[in-house]
Design a protein around this ligand. Sequence first.
Ligand SMILES: Nc1ncnc2c1ncn2[C@@H]1O[C@H](COP(=O)(O)OP(=O)(O)OP(=O)(O)O)[C@@H](O)[C@H]1O
Ligand SMILES: [Mg+2]
Length: 356
Amino acid sequence: MPRDVAKEDTHPVIRCDSVYKIFGGNAEKNIRDADGAIDVKTLQDAGCIFGVNDASFEVHRGEMLVVMGLSGSGKSTLLRCISRLTDTTAGKIFIDGEDLLAMNAKDLIELRRNKMGMVFQSFALLPHKTVLENIAFPLQMKGVSTQDSIKRAAAMVELVSLGGRENYFPRQLSGGQQQRVGIARSLAVEPDIWFLDEPFSALDPLIRKEMQDEFLRLQGMLNKTILFVTHDFDEALRLADRIAIMKDGIIEQIDAPANIVLNPATEYVAKFTNDVPREKVLKCGDVMEEVGDPSGISDMSVSKDAIIESVAEAVLNEPKPVPVTNGNDEMIGVLNSKTIIHILFSKSSAGTSPVA
Ligand SMILES: Nc1ncnc2c1ncn2[C@@H]1O[C@H](COP(=O)(O)OP(=O)(O)OP(=O)(O)O)[C@@H](O)[C@H]1O
Ligand SMILES: [Mg+2]
C-alpha cells in the first residue's frame, strides 16, 4: 500500500530479539539445565512444542506488520508474547526501547491501558451495555469522567460508521457491526500500538472487504503501529506494509509484499505466493529495468508506485519501453511490454526481479 513508513525513525516501537515461547515438557527446567542453551531437537524429544521459535524483528512507528501462517503456526502466540498476555520462555522484547519482560505489574497495567490496544476474534462485548457504554467502558476504567467518556465514545461511533446505533445492545447488531464496536472500543483509548488477532475472520467476504477498507481508511488517518494477524493472504496483501510468514513457530520470511511474491525465501513461502495475481501486488518500480537507449523510449510515463494491473493495457499498447518516474517526475527506469506479459502469464518469478 502506498503509505510512507517513517524509516528515518530508527528507534523501533517493537523489537524482538530471539524470542521463544515453548510449551510443555518442562521447557524452562530443560533450558536451565543446559545453561540457557536452546536445542530444538532435545526439547522436542522431551515433548516440548515451539509456539514461537527464535523470532527476531522490529516494527517501526506507523508500520503495519501482518503476521500470517496456517492454523497452529504460532501467530497468536507471538502476539500474546508481545502483549505479555503469556510469558515468554526466552529472548528479549522491547517496547519503545523499554524491556517489556522486566516490567513489573504496575508498569504493565500502565502500558496496556495507555499504549496498547487489542482486538481479538471473539468480540467480547458486554451484553448488558449499549454500543456507547461498551466503547466508553475502558475509558471509565482509566478514570475518565462519565460525561467525557461518552463524548469520546460518540466520536468513535462516527469513526466506525455506526451512527444511529449508539443505544443498541450487542445482540441487536450483526457480527460485522459488533466487530466495529470492538474496534471502536479499543481505539477510544488511543493506543500507539494496536494488536489485532484475526479481527475479520468471522465476517462474510463482503463485510470483510468493507471492514478492510474501513480499516485502511482509519489507519490512513491515525497512523498506528500495528501487528495484524490473519491466515488470509489476500487480506495480508491488501493491508500490509510488511508481511511475516510463520511456520511451526518460525518466521520463514519477513518482507515487503512485493518481495515475498518476487523473492520467496523458502519453498514454503513460495507455496503461499503461487496463486497470488502478481499484477495486483507488483508496482512498476518493483519490476522496471535499467534505461538502455534513452532515444528509443516512449513519450508516455508511469509512476513507480502504480500497480501493474492499472498500467498493463497502456504499456502493452506501446511499442517502445515506457519510462518509470519517481515522485519528482525523474526517470528511474523503464517498463517493457515483455515484462508485463511475463507478469500476467507466468507463475514463476524468473525474469521479473527488481533492478534496484
Ligand atoms: N497454552 C498452550 N499449551 C500448549 N500448547 C499451546 C498453547 N497455546 C498454543 N499452543 C501450541 O502452540 C502452537 C501455536 O499456536 P497458536 O495459537 O499461536 O497458533 P495460530 O497460528 O494462532 O493458529 P490459528 O490460526 O489456528 O489461530 C500450536 O501448536 C498450539 O497447539
Ligand atoms: Mg490464532
